[in-house]
Ligand binder design. Structure first.
Ligand SMILES: Nc1ncnc2c1ncn2[C@@H]1O[C@H](COP(=O)(O)OP(=O)(O)O)[C@@H](O)[C@H]1O
Ligand SMILES: [Mg+2]
Length: 230
């Protein structure tokens, strides 16, 4: 069966994918490639030497599904404390889609990105603690990921509005030519520490932009909350 998405508004879009609420299950989302940015466009944009890698390696959906499977094998269920679950592929009228766990707050709204939360509230003590829990988890478990981008992390809140956990929804796997799990663990740890440092740098930059009138860029903003009919 082909799932129809084209009549629906995506709830968000990243650089590569459009994200839709699954029409048959509000607790799942479907990610499809942006029709305006093909895999070949993406490979071209990366430049040498990454442009030598096969086209399939630029497919986030495939990469994500592969990494999820290996993470689950390696760590079992607890990895899903900080990583959204993945339920495989479906056919849609916008091409092959990857089905993932939709991260929602207790009030039913789709969780906001860490970028939006820091933009709105600053880097509060509560948020700092949540970031610390995530980065410690990354280090303890040597989770293979690309850079930890603030729009690839969502902040899930409980019924009182308190932060329950941060969940990484994109950017898993390795950026380099060698898959991270093949590297000695001290090197993996060093790379993760560097990524955490870069992430804190990004938080600082964002904090410095808070006096601007407009949210920087469109990455990390939701197009609708998945519950109201706007
Ligand atoms: N599982 C999810 N739960 C809640 N929001 C999500 C989820 N996956 C993606 N999003 C939202 O959609 C945006 C784009 O998704 P993403 O997977 O990062 O696409 P891309 O690969 O194009 O960067 C994210 O910044 C986030 O706001
Ligand atoms: Mg993304």
């Amino acid at each position: 069966m082909i799932i129809r998405l084209s009549g629906q508004q995506p709830f968000a879009q990243g650089g590569n994918r459009l994200c839709y609420v699954h029409p048959a299950d509000a607790d799942r989302c479907i990610k499809v490639r942006r029709p305006d940015f093909t895999l070949a466009d993406r490979r071209r944009k990366k430049g040498f030497p990454k442009s030598l890698k096969p086209l399939s390696s630029f497919d986030d959906n495939r990469e994500e599904a592969r990494v999820m499977e290996s993470l689950e094998k390696r760590y079992g269920d607890r990895v899903f404390q900080h990583v959204s679950r993945c339920f495989g592929f479906v056919d849609t009228d916008m091409g092959v889609g990857l089905v993932s766990e939709m991260i929602r707050d207790a009030n039913g709204k789709i969780s906001q990105t860490l970028k939006k939360v820091i933009w709105d509230e600053g880097f509060t003590a509560e948020c700092r603690q949540a970031v610390e829990a995530l980065t410690q988890f990354w280090l303890d478990n040597l989770v293979p990921s690309r850079q930890l981008l603030l729009h690839n992390i969502v902040v899930q809140r409980d019924s009182r509005g308190a932060i329950e956990r941060l969940v990484v929804i994109d950017g898993l796997g390795s950026a380099g030519l060698l898959p991270s799990p093949l590297l000695p663990s001290f090197i993996q740890r060093r790379k993760i520490k560097k990524k955490i440092g870069v992430m804190h740098g990004r938080i600082k930059v964002l904090l410095g932009q808070r006096d601007q009138a407009r949210f920087p860029g469109y990455h990390g903003l939701l197009m609708h909350d998945g519950v109201s009919s706007r």
